[in-house]
Write a protein that binds this ligand. Sequence first.
Ligand code: NAP
Length: 293
Amino acid sequence: MAKALVLGGTTGLVGQALARTLAAGGWETLTFSRTEGNLLDLDFLRGLLEKSGADVVFNALGWTRVDAAEEHPEEALLANRTLPDALARTLAAMGHGHLVHFSTDFVFSGPHDGLWRETDRPAPLSVYGRTKLAGEEAVLHALPDRSCIVRTAWLFGPGRSNFVDVILDACRRRDVVRVVHDQVGSPTYTLDLAQWCEKLARARATGIWHAVNSGVASWCELASEAIALTSGPCRVEPIPAADWPQAAQRPANSALDNGRLAEFLGEKPRPWPRALREYLFGACLQGAGGKEH
Ligand SMILES: NC(=O)c1ccc[n+]([C@@H]2O[C@H](COP(=O)([O-])OP(=O)(O)OC[C@H]3O[C@@H](n4cnc5c(N)ncnc54)[C@H](OP(=O)(O)O)[C@@H]3O)[C@@H](O)[C@H]2O)c1
């Protein structure tokens, strides 16, 4: 049985989806949380990796608070660059273990016509994006033949509060929710992401992968779809990003091209609205054969 170690797998949005999917797929799955030790302690890190005997390490751990990173660049760098660098170097020295490392659409900047491909040049606008890009580079440098970078985006899924949950919660308490309409991206379901990553891991894929559901949306469109599907009572008021000041600058267009992933999977990842329906109502709505409306 293949062994997996999921960093961030106890509490993280992606990590929990991965742990669940891998265990269901027959992997012997270990998770790690911060209460178990300090991964920046290199002896502890090596001990953990050796003890786990992991064939694949999934690094779904990171500093993910995009705005807070602007005020805490050093802490963000430790989690997003120093740690993956140490992880990749340690695995390289051990001579065993593949690394699946998660990154973000926020390594890109807008404006950009169309979808960002793996070969496009990143140019992050924020501390978060810069630290994530530095983490990608460190992993690819230290462990080029035994790692892959999975860039994903705009996640919703069970286990931890996310944008869709926040909007639906706000909608229960208010008549109107104001949501940004001039930033677009690739909404993605964590349980779909976990399945693609399991396949990438089995194939010991290398290089950079854009792993998102198909279709593009603005934050406003994603919120409107979630509210419409749940027959929420409130109205969505589209606003420009300029009217919603945030500490970190975000790309106007960070939508990712999932063509490389589609080719690998042999099918296009399903459209985000269909994945959103499954998140909100459960898998039974997919029906036999999973018809798209
Ligand atoms: N969420 C999104 O929409 C999104 C979009 C694009 C890319 N991504 C990428 O996907 C990956 C996973 O994101 P996510 O949304 O699952 O993040 P998340 O829900 O914030 O989970 C991050 C995990 O990392 C752990 N962690 C953070 N710093 C740690 C430290 N110093 N030591 C030990 N554990 C630490 C957290 O533990 P605690 O719970 O104890 O804090 C949590 O388990 C990240 O690489 C992120 O950049 C996410």
